[in-house]
Design a protein around this ligand. Structure first.
Ligand SMILES: [Zn+2]
Length: 345
């Protein structure tokens, strides 16, 4: 992914960049186009808190080994905060706890959903209702088989999720080093995503809730097929805009630090409105399956051979359709194969 220019130059692997007093930016490598996750180290008197951890891999372990060696005076990581359950955020939390971190914090819905997904990864066979869900969106049998392997892979990207956690909650305050951080939750990208906002230092650690150059994936999953996460996502953006002033420096989980939070939120909401309108126009020309809508929604075909992207695109296309279903604009018919064909009412 091209790196747009930010306010601070990004750190290299194993490096720390101080973005505000006692707040350090580091990166843990990720495979594929995403390339990295940003993590944020908050210096305290006797150690560090870290927000997000990276995805389990040998490269992530090597990056963490370099970072731990680079921390001044060998000070340890004491507290681990995780914004949400995706493996690039929670994947190395267990590894850090095994290396002496004392506290592991996550919101309840993120932690419990993570435990459910990890348990599901041990299923011997794909549940029939999950296969039915994927026939409904129009997947061929080969994609359904790939999904089985894919969901078992979730656990392989997470290093031993700690069996105990401490609960992050909306409105909770944490004093970390010299700063006071408020937890601001949102959903749509994940069940109960936590941002950390420091009013005194004008910083927002935004996780995947607001990213500078890409929009976060918003997906319907087989576990909750009639969910409307797009409405949740848009409401969470409005909430952030209402609660967080525009003059913060935003520290996102991917890409670069940025200012102009409100403008970025407005752009994300506007882009989604345009996407929804393109969907209406496409459905006006005749019934479509979920997988027929990728080029309309994302501006390109998404082949099945890049399965992770194909799966995310399917989930997001369904999120856009469920959004219009809930507002009563769209309905579907089911054909003999169990596949849904969506149309405007
Ligand atoms: Zn995420």
């Amino acid at each position: 992914m091209a790196e747009p220019s930010g306010l601070c130059p990004p750190p290299g692997v194993g490096e720390l960049v101080e973005v505000a007093q006692d707040v350090f930016w580091a990166r843990i490598p990720l495979p594929g186009k995403l390339n990295h996750i940003n993590i944020w180290l908050l210096r305290e008197e006797d150690g560090y808190s870290v927000v997000d951890t990276g995805m389990q891999s040998l490269a992530a372990e090597a990056a963490w080994d370099s970072l731990l060696a680079a921390l001044p005076e060998g000070m340890p990581i004491r507290r681990v905060f995780v914004t949400h359950l995706h493996p690039d955020h929670v994947g190395m939390a267990g590894w850090l706890m095994e290396r002496g971190a004392e506290e592991f914090w996550m919101t309840r819905l993120e932690y419990l959903t993570c435990r459910v997904l990890l348990a599901q990864a041990h299923d011997e066979t794909l549940p029939e209702d999950f296969a039915e869900f994927h026939r409904a969106v129009g997947w061929p049998g080969s994609a359904i088989e790939s999904y089985h392997n894919h969901y078992r892979n979730y656990g392989r990207r997470i290093s031993r999720l700690p069996r105990q956690y401490q609960c992050l909650e909306e409105g909770q305050y944490h004093v970390i080093g010299g700063h006071r951080w408020r937890i601001v939750t949102g959903n749509g990208h994940s069940p109960e995503h936590a941002c950390l906002y420091s009013e005194d230092s004008k910083l927002l650690i935004s996780g995947d809730q607001v990213l500078p150059g890409i929009s976060s994936n918003v997906s319907v999953t087989p576990m909750e097929p009639t969910a409307n996460p797009m409405a949740d996502w848009l409401a969470s953006l409005e909430k952030l805009k209402a609660e967080i002033p525009d003059d913060v420096l935003v520290l996102p989980a991917h890409q670069h630090c940025f200012t102009g939070l409100h403008k970025r939120i407005d752009a994300l909401i506007y882009d989604q409105k345009c996407t929804t309108e393109r969907l209406r126009v496409a459905l006006d020309t005749g019934p479509r399956r979920v997988i027929d809508l990728f080029s309309v929604l994302f501006g390109r075909d998404i082949p099945q051979d890049n399965f992770m992207i194909f799966n995310l695109a399917t989930g997001e296309a369904l999120a856009c359709l469920n959004y219009l279903r809930e507002s009563g604009e769209v309905c579907y018919e089911i054909d003999a194969h169990g596949t849904r064909w969506y149309r405007l009412r």
